[in-house]
Design a protein around this ligand. Structure first.
Ligand code: GLY
Ligand code: MN
Ligand code: MN
Length: 432
């Protein structure tokens, strides 16, 4: 991690040139009184430092003799008895490679010095207004020294423009962590297929999945797991997880663990009692064909727009064949008549965050994929129980199939390929 972070910082220091980059740690957040929500470091902060303590600030100053500065909580035996060990100022240098480190209490005093004589500041304004104030005050203090020949940052640039471009293209170390996350996620989905059965509550299946994540050392789910049975599978961000699974239900499980700060994001849909009904199978095969057609498009140079359109074409065709949509295929597409059944996009970037960093458009146009990007491919068909226009036997069926796909030269690699999705494989996994 140390060497990896150092290499990333070196690359970034080069692109910052004569500017300065300022990055605060993720804020702590309180649930009530002195009870905190679980702390997770900001992904950018972790990416550049591996330092996961709150109340820290990272500064990169390329032109300085100390180009990597950390402000951190000092050692405090009393507090450490309550909250656990801190690296402290010395640990920031000796364990995390800071070229200089200071007590976080010194930030306001030191900041003007760090900002002076840099015309450009890389800092994200608007995320934390009280921190913005401190930064603007520091700039004011440098500006006040103009008559002594100092200059101050006159340009404030979003660090994302550099940093998120780096995060978008995964390094070998990152890919091995993502593969590990997916190994664990695979175990969870296989266990769910094998062990879920009618009569259980959705939360029992969620507990099974989360326990497997933790058992294998994943810190947490990368996002709240979705476990939707029967008609709940048609609710995109279903959260309640309190319904009892009926025989004949489909179960839609969208769950992926976070491992060492890397996310996985996988959806599988399977029959609770082990066998698809003819209608469930018909919808499932439409979604599977759409997903395979979309994955087929993934390669350097392709756009997420093209990948989405490939999925959309197959979904529209399939729903026409089943009599759920009628009319000219082109007209269905133009009039977006698929929307009640397929209302989300097919792909997003994946990395440290489930909806990962990186721009989707360049100069207003969908950006072409590049080797080293990881995306999801996740079409779905959701037929609401109140869809009166649809034959009764199709109502309440929801299917999504989601894989994580790495863009490689000339094509793609499906990183989550080992998790069954063909009908016979899924039925076999449910019986095992
Ligand atoms: N699980 C979140 C998503 O699929 O985007
Ligand atoms: Mn996703
Ligand atoms: Mn998902």
């Amino acid at each position: 991690m140390d060497a990896t972070c150092a290499r990333r910082r070196a690359r970034l220091l080069e692109s910052i040139g004569s500017g300065v980059l300022l990055l605060p740690a993720a804020p702590r957040s309180f649930r009530n009184a002195d009870v905190e929500h679980e702390y997770r470091q900001d992904s950018d902060f972790h990416y550049l430092s591996g330092f996961d303590e709150p109340e820290s600030v990272l500064v990169l100053v390329p032109k300085s003799e100390s180009p990597f500065v950390l402000f951190v909580r000092p050692r405090d035996p009393k507090r450490e008895t309550w909250d656990g060990p801190r690296a402290g100022v010395e640990g920031a240098v000796s364990q995390f490679g800071a070229s200089a480190a200071f007590d976080i209490a010194e930030l306001d005093q030191k900041l003007p010095e760090l900002l002076q004589d840099s015309a450009r500041l890389f800092y994200r304004l608007g995320r934390d207004r009280s921190f913005d104030d401190r930064v603007l005050r520091a700039i004011d203090r440098v500006r006040a020294m103009a008559k002594h020949g100092k200059y101050w940052p006159t340009e404030i640039v979003e660090p994302e423009t550099l940093l998120h471009e780096m995060r978008l293209l995964k390094e070998p170390e990152e890919l091995s962590l993502m593969r590990r996350a997916l190994d664990i996620t695979k175990e969870a989905h296989l266990a769910a297929m094998a062990q879920a059965e009618p009569g259980q509550y959705e939360y029992e299946i969620e507990a099974l999945i989360s326990s497997i994540f933790r058992k294998h050392g994943a810190e947490r789910p990368a996002y709240p797991p979705i476990v939707g049975s029967g008609p709940n599978a048609t609710i995109l961000h279903y959260r309640a997880r309190d319904r009892r699974v009926n025989p004949g239900d489909l179960l839609l499980i969208d769950a992926g663990c976070e491992y060492a700060y890397y996310a996985s994001d996988v959806t599988r849909t399977f029959p609770a009692s082990g066998e698809f009904s003819p209608c469930q199978r018909a919808i499932y095969e439409v979604v599977l064909d759409a997903q395979l057609a979309a994955i087929e498009k993934v390669r350097p140079g392709a756009t997420l727009e093209e990948i989405h359109n490939a999925a959309l074409g197959v979904v529209c065709d399939g729903l026409r064949r089943l009599g759920l949509l009628d009319g000219e295929p082109q007209k269905i597409m133009d009039e977006k008549r698929y929307k009640p059944y397929f209302m989300h996009r097919t792909s997003h970037y994946l990395g440290m965050d489930v909806h990962d960093a990186g721009s989707y458009f360049q100069l207003g146009k969908p950006r072409p994929l590049e080797t080293g990007m990881v995306i999801t491919v996740e079409p779905g068909v959701y037929i609401s129980q109140s869809a009166d226009q649809v034959p009764t036997e199709y109502r309440g069926i929801g299917v999504r199939i989601e894989d994580d796909v790495l863009v490689v030269p000339g094509g793609s690699e499906v990183l989550s390929d080992a998790i069954p999705k063909r009908v016979d494989e899924v039925e076999r996994a449910c019986r095992s």
